[in-house]
Design a protein around this ligand. Structure first.
Ligand SMILES: [Zn+2]
Length: 175
């Protein structure tokens, strides 16, 4: 699953005449379907570098083992809110995963209730949040966790008086 294959015929030397060996070069694309092409030599000269670049781009999305010290995370400040991007990439199976931390000031919300195709996990590290899931609101103390299934409407705000800090892990892609 998920391989792009090129079929070709390589001559070892000119003196070999038409003798040579056929080859098939397959690269993992991360897509669902396999595809196979049988290009001319000239096509190959164009396709091979493109495939190599695509393979490299694909590889770079693979998340390596890594520690993310809190102080080293880039901080984006938006009024009373702060956001820290931690990681954004793929697991070995090509599954998308993204993690960020958000700090909300008292009375703040990251956005109005929304919905999306990808699933989400919110883990409240400190402070209090008032979460609304499919129209139902609840107050959550530090240490609470919320899992949002695909396309379920959800949102939260910090009722105060302390800042609230939480992690959000997004699973999968929206398309
Ligand atoms: Zn969301």
């Amino acid at each position: 699953m998920g391989f792009a294959c090129l079929m070709g015929f390589a001559k070892r030397r000119e003196s070999d005449g038409h003798r040579g060996s056929s080859f098939e070069l397959c690269l993992y694309t991360g897509r669902q379907e396999n595809f196979r092409v049988n290009p001319s030599r000239r096509d190959l000269a164009v396709i091979l570098p493109a495939l190599a670049a695509a393979a490299q781009a694909q590889e770079s999305k693979l998340l390596p083992s890594k520690a993310f010290p809190y102080e080293s995370l880039p901080v984006k400040v938006n009024g009373e809110n702060k956001s820290r991007a931690v990681l954004n990439g793929e697991t070995h199976s090509g599954y998308a995963i993204e993690l960020h931390m958000t700090e909300l000031g008292p009375g703040q919300a990251p956005h109005p209730p929304h919905r999306h195709v990808h699933e989400e996990l919110m883990m409240l590290q400190r402070g209090t949040l008032e979460a609304t899931i499919k129209g139902e609101s609840m107050r959550l103390p530090a240490g609470s966790v919320v899992y949002m299934a695909s396309n379920d409407e959800h949102g939260w705000r910090n009722p105060g008086p302390e800042p609230a800090q939480y992690f959000v892990i997004a699973f999968g892609k929206d398309s």
